[in-house]
Design a protein around this ligand. Sequence first.
Ligand code: GDP
Ligand code: MG
Length: 181
Amino acid sequence: VSSLLTRCRTFKVLVIGDSGVGKTCLTHRLCAGQFPDRVEATIGVDFRERLLDIDGEKIKLQLWDTAGQERFRKSMVQHYYRNAHAVLFVYDVTCPASFRGLISWIEECRQNSLGQEIPRFLVGNKSDLRDPSRTEGQVSQEQATRFAKVHGMMFFETSAKNPPLKRVNGQRGDMEVSYQR
Ligand code: GDP
Ligand code: MG
């Protein structure tokens, strides 16, 4: 039993989407516990890890943060999808073009993960910037929910920035997400 409790399983999660949607900030927030003051544009691929304790089992969450450079993608892309446990398709809720852009990322995923059923998640980031008084220039939750259904994904809205982290018993808090199945 004790060996089961100390065994650490690694989950490789890919973070994919157009440049500027907040992939690096999201992975930073999830792994370092805070919204970064500033981030450099991602070159190639970066990864960050976070150890989680779920019901006594140690889980290593390994987030692969990517950049969209063409040169990198051609040579690395297959390696990148290999043995992935999940893919997060990220868009910016205030940037409809980044939502439309997901189609080509989904196609890339499909082509490179043949034979693997990778659970996929639709993530609408920058929810803190949503302006409820207007609909134009934003991606609605209804739109995203429909899209997620069509593509067999779970849908979440997130903000890497707000709300600020709460500290619970001296531990860093998790990011709050709202989601719909
Ligand atoms: P990437 O190219 O997808 O890795 O995007 P970055 O993580 O570099 O973020 C792009 C810009 O969006 C940066 O200026 C971030 O400060 C900003 N950003 C990222 N996530 C959020 C968020 O949840 N809310 C807000 N307001 N800004 C964000
Ligand atoms: Mg980046």
